[in-house]
Ligand binder design. Sequence first.
Ligand SMILES: Cc1cc2nc3c(=O)[nH]c(=O)nc-3n(C[C@H](O)[C@H](O)[C@H](O)COP(=O)(O)OP(=O)(O)OC[C@H]3O[C@@H](n4cnc5c(N)ncnc54)[C@H](O)[C@@H]3O)c2cc1C
Length: 307
Amino acid sequence: FTMMNYERLSVGIQGLSAAQTAYQWSCEYARERLQSRAPTGPTNPNGAADPIIVHPDVRRMLLTQKALVEAGRAFAVYVGKQLDLSKFGEGEDKVRAAGMVELLTPIAKAFLTDKGFEGTVLGQQCYGGHGYVREWGMEQLVRDVRIAQIYEGTNGIQAMDLMGRKVAANGAKNLSVLLDEIRAFCADAASVAGMDEFLAPLNDAVDNLESLTRFVMESVANDPNAIGAAANDYLHVMGFTLYSYMWAMQCRTVLSGESQQGEDFNKAKLQTARFFVQRLLPQTQALSAAIRSGSDAMMDLAEEAFA
Ligand SMILES: Cc1cc2nc3c(=O)[nH]c(=O)nc-3n(C[C@H](O)[C@H](O)[C@H](O)COP(=O)(O)OP(=O)(O)OC[C@H]3O[C@@H](n4cnc5c(N)ncnc54)[C@H](O)[C@@H]3O)c2cc1C
């Protein structure tokens, strides 16, 4: 099992690294490719057009990639640390880390590869038609990352493992440990000036995850399909909540003056975190509403009607 947990994190990192590469390539392309003018007026008046990085929709694609890979890298290190503690740690720390590994491994495999694929496709999209043809390498990257969602246990099976075995079957014991850790972090970080815009959405996301978990666990008594119907969306709610935690930790490092990376880097960290909480984290609300609708809409259609 220890080997399989490392293996699943490795596959997650395969998804993450494809997205990181797609992000770097698409940033470079967006600075060079000239097409249309900026809505606020020309930024390249001597050229035939402006570089596409000026367009809000291109920025959406670039910032989504950046926000997901930077949170994903932090999350991969966080899970790696739990894996190492569960293997090499001692006493309470070892037991606690083993519980975290149980809980987090399906998310590391499935969320990193789902978001890895999404980010890679966004990178490809930045290339327009050049993203579809072979010579730029983007379509190869998309084909290569796609397998990571399928092998080492499909992401659907990872989601069932998370919701069924890792949460519902043990009364959300390990989840409570994680939520306590995040709440303790929020309480501690609240004294750092400027943290509120990152902590308030994180606290809300944690409260939502807790009540959503209770909802699904209570639904199981009357509905055998409850876990299967919720699983994929639940894994994504938890993935976004964890990424919000990763972003808040990075912001605390910057805002408490501990970062050694310089002003430009620190400013970009806060701006990217802001994009994450304002533009990506709200997806948890839509996913949670879908879960709370129950399994009927998914299960009512007769098999013969799938035609
Ligand atoms: C390129 C490649 C390399 C591979 N390398 C290896 C390897 O080195 N070692 C190895 O052991 N395997 C390997 N595999 C196999 C891989 O792990 C499996 O293909 C994968 O786990 C999916 O299993 P399956 O193909 O039987 O799909 P199926 O189990 O038939 O699944 C089909 C679909 O149904 C869903 N599904 C199935 N059961 C359920 C359920 N109970 N509830 C909800 N949804 C369900 C799945 O999520 C999936 O979407 C490789 C596969 C490929 C394509």
